[in-house]
Design a protein around this ligand. Sequence first.
Ligand code: G3P
Ligand code: CA
Length: 309
Amino acid sequence: MSSGRDNPKDRARRICAGLALLVTGCSATPEPVTSSNAAVIAHRGASGYLPEHTLEAYTVGFEMGADFLEPDLVMSRDGHLVCSHDLTVTSRSNVTFLYPDLVDAAGEVWIKDLFLAELRKIEVTDEDGEGSYRYATFSELLDLTGLLGTRKGEKVGLIPELKAPAWHRERGLPMEGALIDELAKAGYLTRGDPVIVQGFDRDSLQRMRSEHGCSFPLVLCLRKQPKEDDLEWAAENCEGVAPHRASIEDPLTGATTGLLARARELGLSVFPYTFKDEVAAMRRFLHVHRVEGIFTDFPDKGVAARDKP
Ligand code: G3P
Ligand code: CA
């Protein structure tokens, strides 16, 4: 009698086909994921070149040929998803000048304390104190990818990550439904659309499916020191994992750990993070370790590493 679960080989084939559909485009007979069509993910946009999570950084990431743009997402006081890795506003901004009453004892202003209209007034500079950038909402990113996708002739890949979803929920700001609703409004509706939902929070990933009908592949992000049962949990609940690269290959000795082999046994796709301007390392992960994708701050270098082995 069938247990209702795939055996590992079927599962691996199904995942491979699903991810191939995402990585190589929506054809009826997707190619398997190989090192030549693995996904280059623009980590926080092309964040090696421009301030992270700005519309400018996402646009350059797309133009450099990234297969997926990565927005980290937090939430404003009035429930808008905002593209940011941090829960607080960057110190490279005029936020403390604009909103002195919101500055906490540590000198920080929390994005969850700001209405979107207030966030929009904040000006951000680059690391040299130059330029003038703005926070982007997820909705604005989706407007941008709509335009870029029209020019490309296919939808732009996205791999959103909710930051601190339990912390937001405790403060009356549930994020999962907002993410799925925004994606749907922008036309990302079915599993064939190029979206992978990633996150460190297991409960949040489960809610995506059980409460919000998320049909996109799920990827569990792993800490530098993964938990003992991370891979087994991911195999039960997700299609892939995003491990810290050091948990695959020791940065000092270059020795490979057992994580990749175990992930393979469990039929999981693997998307290590994060690569800087390191073409040789990206080549090794893509063509020797044969991961399904890499997060990089330098998408042009990631594309070069993949396409010129
Ligand atoms: O989501 C994968 C990677 O981006 C996790 O690290 O801290 O850059 O979000 P972080
Ligand atoms: Ca991230």
